[in-house]
Write a protein that binds this ligand. Structure first.
Ligand code: ADP
Ligand code: ADP
Ligand code: ZN
Length: 213
């Protein structure tokens, strides 16, 4: 199973990708998580990515393509994977095709999660993320068992700096300009599945699962 999660920031890609990853026992590859981990450990990759991420811009294509290429060669990716937050530009999509051709793999489905703008803002502005493991929670829709503490690792829940209002607006603009065109790219290839991502997390997961049979 080889899946791509597509959709605006905050639509619920990471949340659904995690559930799919558990249910199908395949790794979730989140370029955002990988970049934030690099920022935390202070390695060169993180230093390079920080200024782009903090201002809501995309990290340069060659950087993220390199990350994904290396990751897809991992042993755990042999039976399948879920790409979450990649590709985000036409260049990334074309390079992914080349990488997959070399690996003799092909994309099964591209799941395009769709909800209207107001709901996206609600999801993004209430998102809280674990400092340690990056799990996402929500102040109204997805509460941790203990206030401010991650259920899975006990880490502290914080608001990502790029989830603040000004940066959110820029990320949504960048999404429309650079990432939304990928919907047609995959639609034309007949592998895009449109998913109504309105409703609670379980409802959306059921809709996605019904496409997986
Ligand atoms: P969200 O899903 O909320 O938009 P992500 O965690 O996927 O957040 O991404 C956070 C930031 O990391 C992006 O705004 C961008 O700066 C960077 N990033 C993640 N994935 C990519 C990518 N494929 N190409 C370029 N930049 C990326
Ligand atoms: P993305 O990876 O697309 O940026 P996330 O999976 O991080 O999005 O979800 C964004 C926020 O919305 C998180 O706080 C998450 O808990 C919450 N969320 C995810 N799915 C739903 C849903 N179906 N209904 C309400 N809130 C949701
Ligand atoms: Zn955690």
């Amino acid at each position: 199973m080889h899946l791509i999660m597509l959709g605006a920031p905050g639509v619920g890609k990471g949340t659904q990708a995690k559930k799919l990853s558990e249910s199908y026992q395949i790794p979730r590859i989140s370029t955002g998580d990988i970049l934030r981990e690099a920022m935390q450990t202070g390695i060169a990759l993180g230093l390079k990515a920080r200024s782009y991420m903090d201002s809501g811009q995309l990290v340069p294509d060659d950087v993220v393509i390199g990350i994904v290429e290396e990751r897809l060669h991992g042993e755990d990716c042999a039976t399948g994977w879920i790409l979450d937050g990649f590709p985000r530009t036409q260049q990334q999509a074309r390079e992914l095709d080349k990488i997959l051709e070399k690996l003799k793999m092909s994309i099964g489905y591209v799941l395009n999660l769709e909800v209207e703008g107001e709901e996206i803002i609600k999801r993004l502005s209430g998102r809280r993320s674990c400092e340690k493991c990056q799990s996402a929670y929500h102040i109204f829709f997805n509460l941790p068992k203990k206030d401010g503490v991650c259920d899975s690792c006990g880490g502290r829940l914080v608001q990502r700096s790029d989830d603040r209002e000004g940066t959110v607006r820029e990320r949504l603009r960048v999404y429309k300009e650079k990432t939304e065109p990928l919907v047609n790219y995959y639609l034309e290839r007949g592998i895009l599945k449109k998913i109504n991502a309105d409703g609670d997390i379980e409802q959306v997961f059921k809709r996605i699962s019904s496409h997986m049979q």
